[in-house]
Structure formats: structure tokens, C-alpha cells
Design a protein around this ligand. Structure first.
Ligand code: DHE
Length: 521
């Protein structure tokens, strides 16, 4: 095993197009070094192009990878190789990049620091928006996966204001600062970008990992926490300029390391909470200047008998043992309970105040997509509803008794479920299978599907987000020739279509910063 301390080139001059005629027989790794390494890094860690490791390519089918290498990728610098590599060579390259690396990848402070870019210093930017809209909080960001762009949309006029290039393969919800001026994005390749919506400019970027899950922003806007799959780390950044503050190697007491399933901020607790994928633990990390006593148990020489408050190092970790690995979780609205599920389909409820599992066997038939659970009031009690990635069912669970009230049968497994305080309906997609073009509308009062929309037959209809007032629901047609479709949320009639390139998630500033119960946090 060769350890590498690879750094990312911030620029790549020209592309690795050396041969103009088909090359002779070369092994795949030689081909990779000759044709791809300059832009994608000799160790496949990414550079100007994305990282080419199996974990980073999860969303790209091999068939599509062959197509991209052969014909290039529109709107990127990726050229076509079909005139210089044979089909067999392209296929061998695809096999190679989907093979795990046998090198130990080091992505530590020196590598992270070397990737840091300040695009615009915050003190040089205007504090007033450079564009006019009626309501700065009713803006949306729409992530367009087709050509890796983000569109800023005015939620009142329902029209695009600006469109800008993003890093490759943004994933998970972007997170806004409290005022809604700044937004933080994470790409699957580990790039974290801070963008100033008022000035329509990037502020800073840093590559915090090689394969990243998601990021969270502290409730006081001071810190950003990044959760990685590769390496097994959590990276704490200063939210002003994204400079690293602290890196946590995520491991148990015996040194066994773990990927991080996801990290979220828990505002009332002033902490980040992370679920681990390979260790049965949940981590809570305080970002208070004076961390509370609940973190004292983790101070080495603390003697509770002494009656004195120990000195707790900044950003301490409180580890909570759980019954099974948590692949995902969401919070109750009070941020006391976290509701988690494992890939095996086992649900658990962890009480963060008590620091232990209180319900070990919550009935979740499949695994929900992270952050897809929403809550509402049903007959005087709060219920949690979530679709499942493995079953065509929406589970509705009473959050007091933790009993399942209903499994609503859908036309297939869904990814996203959304609602809003001002609408009686919850919308859930059918992301997989023959009915991927369907979107169910569920009445939150009767728990029945009242309408199934098929806005673009044959094309995936997914992910809803509401305007600030809940009057309109915006749906994505997940296709290169796609669109955002705006619905009247009361009549369920279509209002307009805004063409977009494979729009995925969309995020309303107000709903996010007020942590609406109908959307992801
Ligand atoms: Fe996601 C959110 C994990 C596959 C699109 N997804 C999230 C979050 C996590 C997660 C941890 C919450 C992050 C946050 O908001 O901070 N996603 C996973 C998986 O484990 C899974 C099943 C497998 C994987 O490939 O990693 C997965 N996700 C997908 C997709 O295939 C989707 C449909 C397309 C894509 O981008 O790869 C997809 N995930 C999304 C979107 C969100 C998201 C659009 C944000 C939803 C929101 O409204 O907040």
C-alpha cells in the first residue's frame, strides 16, 4: 500500500490528449496515466475533473461512463476520446476507474489547506443585493445536475434571476446562513463552496474530503461541519472563509474507523450531530464557546465527585452508543429525539438528552432517503412521515408512542416527501421503476392519496419545494430536457413550466432558515 499525500492542481493546462491515433494495447492503469491523470489526478482523486473512484462514481452507470469517455460531456472540459481510443480501451478504462484504489489516501490538513481558494473577500462585497426582488426570503436555489449549474429563482414572479456554474455533482441540501445571504454547497467530490447570493459571487472554496456526504452550518453561522466517506473524517471549517478549524478522524476507542452517514446542525443544542456508517455510534459535537456539562464525561481526568466544572476542550465530542449502525436520521422539531434507520431497515429512536436508544425497533419497512422525513399535526398528535428507498410505502409514525399509524401504499419507492404549514397536502415522488413519472398528493388529514400527477409521461418527476407562503409547489422533471413545474398548491393545477437541465433539489430560503416542518433542515 502506497500512502499518497496528493495535492489537487488548482488549474489544469490543456487536456491530456496526447495521441491522435488509436493507442496500442496498454494496461488500463497505463492508459489512465497517459490519458486521464492530468485532469483527474494520477491517483484518481480529482483535479479539474471529478475524482474517479468507485465511491465518487456511484451515481454514474458504467454504460454512461463509456458514453462520456467516448463522446465527452457537454458543458464541461471533458473531451471525446472515441477518435483516439478503441472501444476495448475505453471499456478497460471504465473497469479501472470502478475498481477500488489499493493506495492509502491521505487527505489531511496540508492537502485541505492547499486546495483553499478565496474568490472574493467578504469585506469587498456589497451588503446590499445587486438585484431587485420583492422578497429576498422567497428566493429559491435550484440545483441543475445535467450541466452542474445552480439557478437562482424569484419565488414571487417565479422566474430565474441568475444561473451559475457549480462544482461537479452537488449533492444534498445547500445550507443558508441565517440572513439568507450566504449559501454553502457540498459536491460529492468534497468541494465546499460558499456563495454570496446578494452579490451573485463565490466567496471561498475548499476541498474538505475526497468523497463527501454533506455539510451542516452552525446555528450561530460561525462554523461549517463536513461529513466524509473518504477519508473517514469530519472537518470543521470557519464559516467566514472556509479555513479549517479542526479535523476529526472518526474512529472508536480501538482505532476502528468509520464513514460518516451524515451530519446536521441541532440549533437548540448548539451542536452538530453525526451518524456513523461503520460504528454503532452517534456523535454530538458542541460548538459553544463554553461547552455544556453533558460533554464533561468525555474529559479524561474529570472527577464528578469534585463538584468542579472541568475544562472542556473546544468542540468536544460526546459519543452515544446505538443498537445498530445508522445510515440516516432526522430530528423531531425540538431536536431531542433523532429517528434513525439502518440499511437493513431497522429503525431506532435515540434520545439525545438521555444519551441512549429509547426505541430499538421502529417499524420502517425500507430505508428512507436521508432528510426526507417531514412532520405535521394529525388529530392532535405530531406524526412523522417518510417514503422508503426499498418499498412503495410511506410510513406514518406517531411521534409520542412511536407506533406506525399507517403505511400508505404508493406506486413505487420514493426519494422525497414535502409539505408546508399552509397546505393540507404532502407530496411524495415515485422515483424508481415504471411509475417514476408519477407524483402522489396525500391529504394530511385523511392520510389518503387524493391525486396522482403525471406531468411529463416517461420522465422522472421528483422533489417538491413550496414557496414561502405555501401557495405554490415546485416540482422537478429530472431530465436533461427537463423543467421546474409550478403547481397551485390548493387546486393542484399546473401554473407554469420553467425549462431546466435535469433539475434536482430546490431550496426556498425562508422555508429552510425557519426550519419549516414540511421540508428538510
Ligand atoms: Fe441524496 C439529500 C444521502 C442518493 C439527491 N442525500 C441527501 C442527504 C444525504 C443523502 C445524507 C442529506 C444531506 C443534507 O441535506 O445535508 N443520497 C444519499 C444516499 O445515501 C443515497 C441513497 C446514495 C448515494 O448515492 O449517496 C443518495 N440523492 C441520491 C440520489 O441518487 C439523488 C436522487 C441524486 C443525486 O444527487 O445523487 C439524491 N439527496 C439528493 C437531494 C438531496 C439529498 C436533491 C437534498 C434534498 C433536500 O430537499 O434537502
Amino acid at each position: 500500500m502506497t500512502p499518497i499525500g496528493a495535492t489537487i492542481k488548482s488549474a489544469c493546462i490543456g487536456l491530456a490528449l496526447v495521441a491522435s491515433a488509436p493507442t496500442g494495447a496498454q494496461d488500463a492503469s497505463g492508459l489512465y496515466q497517459a490519458q486521464c491523470a492530468e485532469c483527474h489526478n494520477p491517483h484518481r482523486l480529482g483535479g479539474m475533473g471529478p475524482a474517479l473512484l468507485p465511491g465518487n462514481l456511484k451515481r454514474l452507470r458504467k454504460k454512461v461512463a463509456i458514453e462520456v469517455i467516448s463522446n465527452g460531456r457537454i458543458a464541461t472540459q471533458m473531451p471525446a476520446f472515441s477518435d483516439r481510443l478503441s472501444r476495448a480501451e475505453i471499456e478497460s478504462l471504465v473497469e479501472y476507474i470502478y475498481t477500488p484504489s489499493n493506495e492509502t489516501i491521505v487527505w489531511n490538513l496540508p492537502q485541505i489547506n492547499a486546495s483553499h481558494i478565496i474568490h472574493n473577500r467578504e469585506q469587498d462585497l456589497s451588503e446590499q443585493p445587486v438585484f431587485n426582488v420583492d422578497d429576498m426570503l422567497n428566493l429559491f436555489l435550484v440545483v441543475e445536475l445535467g450541466d452542474h449549474h445552480v439557478t437562482l429563482l424569484d419565488g414571487d414572479r417565479l422566474e430565474p434571476i441568475h444561473r451559475f456554474k457549480s462544482r461537479f455533482a452537488l449533492h444534498g441540501g445547500p445550507k443558508y446562513s441565517n440572513s439568507g445571504r450566504f449559501v454553502y454547497f457540498a459536491s460529492r467530490d468534497g468541494w465546499i463552496s460558499k456563495y454570496d447570493i446578494y452579490n451573485l459571487k463565490l466567496v471561498a472554496e475548499i476541498r474538505a474530503g475526497i468523497n463527501t456526504r454533506n455539510l451542516a452550518v452552525s446555528a450561530d453561522d460561525r462554523y461549517v461541519m463536513v461529513a466524509n466517506y473518504l477519508p473517514h473524517s469530519l472537518v470543521l471549517l470557519d464559516a467566514r472563509d472556509l479555513k479549517p478549524v479542526k479535523i476529526y478522524e472518526v474512529a472508536d476507542q480501538n482505532g476502528k474507523t468509520s464513514r460518516i452517514s451524515a451530519v446536521y446542525t441541532a440549533p437548540p443544542r448548539n451542536s452538530f450531530i453525526a451518524a456513523l456508517k461503520d460504528l454503532p455510534e452517534v456523535w454530538e459535537i458542541s460548538y459553544e464557546d463554553d461547552p455544556p456539562m453533558s460533554f464533561a464525561g468525555w474529559v479524561h481526568d474529570y472527577n464528578p465527585e469534585s463538584g468542579e466544572k472541568p475544562i472542556i476542550e473546544p468542540f468536544p465530542v460526546r459519543r452515544i452508543r446505538v443498537d445498530d449502525y445508522l445510515d440516516d436520521f432526522f430530528f423531531d422539531q425540538e431536536y431531542v429525539s433523532i429517528i434513525g434507520a439502518s440499511r437493513a431497515g431497522k429503525g431506532q429512536v435515540v434520545d439525545m438528552d438521555l444519551g441512549r436508544v429509547i426505541v430499538p425497533d421502529l417499524a420502517l419497512p425500507g430505508m428512507p432517503h436521508l432528510g426526507s422525513g417531514i412532520t405535521w399535526d394529525y388529530q392532535g398528535r405530531t406524526v412523522l412521515a417518510t417514503p422508503n428507498l426499498k418499498a412503495g410505502k410511506v410510513s406514518v409514525i406517531d411521534m409520542e408512542s412511536w407506533e406506525t399509524i399507517k403505511q400508505i401504499e404508493t406506486l413505487g419507492p420514493g426519494f422525497f416527501m414535502r409539505s408546508h404549514e399552509n397546505t393540507p397536502y404532502a407530496w411524495v415522488d415515485v422515483f424508481f421503476g415504471p411509475n417514476k413519472d408519477a407524483m402522489h398528493v396525500i391529504d394530511k388529514r385523511s392520510l389518503e392519496i387524493v391525486k396522482t400527477l403525471r406531468p411529463a409521461p416517461g420522465k422522472t418527476a421528483a422533489h417538491i419545494e413550496f414557496t414561502r407562503d405555501g401557495k405554490y409547489a415546485l416540482l422537478s422533471i429530472w431530465d436533461p430536457d427537463g423543467a421546474i413545474i409550478v403547481y397551485n398548491a390548493a387546486t393542484l393545477e399546473e401554473v407554469k413550466r420553467i425549462p431546466m437541465n435535469k433539475p434536482s433539489g430546490k431550496y426556498n430560503v425562508y422555508n429552510k432558515i425557519t426550519r419549516s416542518e414540511g421540508t428538510s433542515h
